[in-house]
Write a protein that binds this ligand. Sequence first.
Ligand SMILES: [Ca+2]
Ligand SMILES: [Ca+2]
Ligand SMILES: [Ca+2]
Ligand SMILES: [Ca+2]
Length: 343
Amino acid sequence: MQKLKATLIISIFFVSTFGLGIAMAVPNLVEDPTIQVGGPPCSLFGTCDSGTTYPWEDSDPETPWGIERVFNGNYYGDQYTTAVQVAILDTGIDLDHPDLAPNIAWAVDATGGNSADDKNGHGTHVAGTIGAIRDNNGVVGMYANVQIYAIKVLGNGGSGSWDDLITGLDLAMRGPDGVVGTADDADVVSMSLGASSDPGQAVHDKIIELYNAGITLVAAAGNDGDGDPSTTEMGYPAAYPEVIAVAATDKDDSLASFSNSGDYIDFAAPGKNIYSTYKGGGYDTLSGTSMATPHVSGLVALYLAMGGTRDPAAVYDWLKANALDLGPAGHDTGYGWGLIQAP
Ligand SMILES: [Ca+2]
Ligand SMILES: [Ca+2]
Ligand SMILES: [Ca+2]
Ligand SMILES: [Ca+2]
């Protein structure tokens, strides 16, 4: 495998929100994710965006608004215990976080270091949305009993190399035993990362290899949006046909202005003012297609836990059949097939 890792060409996809909710798109590298100003968590105050109380909001303080939206106020992501492995390819995860640690089944560093512990916060935030535990504390994830693989492919600054992503994808495909086709292979790969240009055949070939191994790949569309769904902003690996490309919505089901658009968008999920776990055992509120993506990855894990078919095409059909069509009827360049829903 090639190991030319001088250039930093992939990065996390989240935007910084300052004070009054003005989202500033940060293409590619975000220098300092700690500048995020969260304010009160939307999960605890139903008035975060517009002052409206929504019919899908529930009274459970552990479910952030995005999860309430996907479940329509009827959260059941803690009702299954089937072993499903979700590989989170990101900046690592806070391995000691009390809301995550019980669900972390494997942690590995694909960047050449020796620790998948998250010094950035981004990967920890993604992990909480997918699978924070149900303990009546902090937050709870889309599938509260998921088995998380923390695969660090990005550096502490939030960027990394495509070669390390390929390494991370290979690790996910094989699982801890190093062998493809065994029970510990990842079932889902969640990638809240990418870049605006196509990295080329080596990355795509690895993506295809995982797809053909039955692994569902989910990726953030990107945050280069111009607020106009009719214009196209590309994001890779999301734009590959084998990858589910995720756009971001707010509490009103409106597309986030930063959300990339184009024919390649598959689904939309909550991605604005999302409260979740953060580094140092903490919590924070972040925005981005990075935050939308784990809602989809977690829902896919729950679908598999409920007995769904471990096949990316079957997963896609199920997501599509249950999605809430928004915007122009049918598939559109902003929402894809619509807002994901847990039926
Ligand atoms: Ca919790
Ligand atoms: Ca394996
Ligand atoms: Ca656009
Ligand atoms: Ca539509």
